[in-house]
Design a protein around this ligand. Structure first.
Ligand code: PLP
Length: 407
């Protein structure tokens, strides 16, 4: 210890922190999913300045990859610095002006979060109801529009808390546009894992996350704005409340000007760029197919074992799967044993579904045949050991049959 500082009382002992050695996990919860090895490698590339020509090219590549992933030609497409919730705040915080009426869904945890975010943006939040476990019915959305006349409507394409995929998105956007409103879509748990067509369906703002279907770490979240949405934002009477997530400020950095707004998260953006390269190499349609096929094997496995998914086949979202907890079994014990004995992460239900379902993710680099095969066997054996009436062999056999020739 330097005497100079010892005299000033700086004599505390530095904390003795050990080397960073994360445990070996298979991430099959609702995210993050396993990160692809190529994405890890990309993160080891040297950090450059946030306006280095090289980094500007990285940003260009990310924007091109995101337009492909979102199925959009929107110019205003970029990655928010932060997780999916930061992208949610960017969407609502810029689109909603104080006093505007915002319609959000009441059928899941993340629809509820949308409402909280919209309220902090100054919006008057109203809801359109559907039971947890079911998507919004266009007729109910129409009725909510007639009753409340919202100017902004948010929906969740893949509701992680229930495993429900919102169907009829184009019908919902038609209803909103007929009422001159703007539509925000949450695809944090679905982009890349289930078909989503931003332009074809006319969704004005769509956001997502990097840590689920994209096999990247959390921290850089895709977002895209239609011209119509940008015009609304640019004609605001009051500034957005957040400086950091202000659309125009952030676009100074991502648009043609390339001016400093905040320091780009360089290594995280390298990761996203690599994950988008993987999307392009696989092809978006093939990626949707893979998620459906591999999660379909998971579904076949748990059903053959004697369990069920807590979602109707028509609304099934292949990414976070809601597997019902069998009678007499403590879900917390099963989750803990899977982690301790097999290194596999899954989680329990949220809100109304706590104790009722396990949430089993099949996303990104975790949506692979080997992972699902491993999961169904381990899950079955832990459940059987906990006294559940499950047929472990039937489960494993069904997975193998569903995967057919897949390696
Ligand atoms: N929306 C949905 C549908 C999600 O599943 C999540 C996270 O799981 C979020 C929003 C929030 O994203 P994050 O936790 O990355 O901030």
């Amino acid at each position: 210890m330097s005497e100079r500082y010892a005299e000033r009382g700086v004599d505390e002992k530095a904390p003795d922190v050990g080397e960073l050695t994360p445990p070996d996990r298979t991430l099959m919860g609702p995210g993050p999913s396993d990160v692809h090895p190529r994405v890890y490698r990309a993160m080891m590339a040297p950090v450059v300045g946030y306006l280095d020509d090289f980094y500007v090219e990285v940003m260009d590549d990310v924007q091109a990859g995101l337009r492909y992933l979102f199925r959009t030609d929107n110019e205003h497409t970029f990655a928010v610095t932060g997780t999916g919730s930061a992208a949610m705040e960017t969407a609502f915080g810029n689109l909603v002006e104080p006093g505007e009426t915002v319609l959000v869904p009441d059928n899941g945890y993340f629809g509820d979060r949308m409402g909280q975010v919209a309220e902090r943006a100054g919006g008057d939040v109203v809801t359109v109801d559907a039971p947890w476990g079911e998507p919004l019915d266009p007729a109910a959305v129409e009725a909510a529009f007639d009753e409340h006349q919202p100017t902004v409507f948010g929906f969740v394409h893949g509701e992680t808390s229930t495993g429900v995929q919102q169907a009829n998105v184009d019908e919902l956007t038609d209803i909103a546009h007929t009422h001159d409103a703007y539509v925000v879509g949450d695809t944090v748990a679905s982009l890349g894992g289930a078909p989503f067509h931003t332009d074809e369906w006319g969704v004005d703002v769509v956001y997502s996350g990097s840590q689920k279907c994209l096999s990247a770490p959390p921290g850089a979240s895709p977002i895209t704005f239609s011209e119509r949405a940008v015009e609304k934002i640019r004609s605001r009477e009051s500034q957005p409340r957040s400086w950091y997530l202000d659309f125009d400020g952030v676009w100074e950095y991502w648009g043609d000007e390339r001016n400093y707004h905040h320091t780009g998260p360089i290594s995280t953006m390298y990761a996203l760029r690599e994950s988008l390269r993987l999307v392009s190499e696989e092809g978006i349609a093939e990626m949707w197919d893979r998620h459906e096929r591999v999660a379909g094997a998971l579904k076949a496995g748990v059903e053959a074992m004697g369990l069920s998914l807590n979602v109707a086949p028509d609304y099934w979202l292949p990414t976070p799967n809601p597997v019902t907890v069998p009678d007499g079994v403590d879900d917390g014990v099963v989750i803990e044993r899977l982690m301790d004995e097999h290194g596999i992460e899954i989680v329990g239900g949220l809100g109304a579904l706590a104790g009722e379902i396990f949430r089993v993710g099949c996303m990104g680099h975790s949506a692979r045949p080997g992972k699902v095969t491993q999961f169904v066997s381990a899950f079955g054996s832990v459940l059987a050991d906990e006294g559940a009436a499950v047929d472990v062999e039937a489960g494993a056999g069904a997975v193998a049959r569903a995967l057919g020739g897949d390696e």
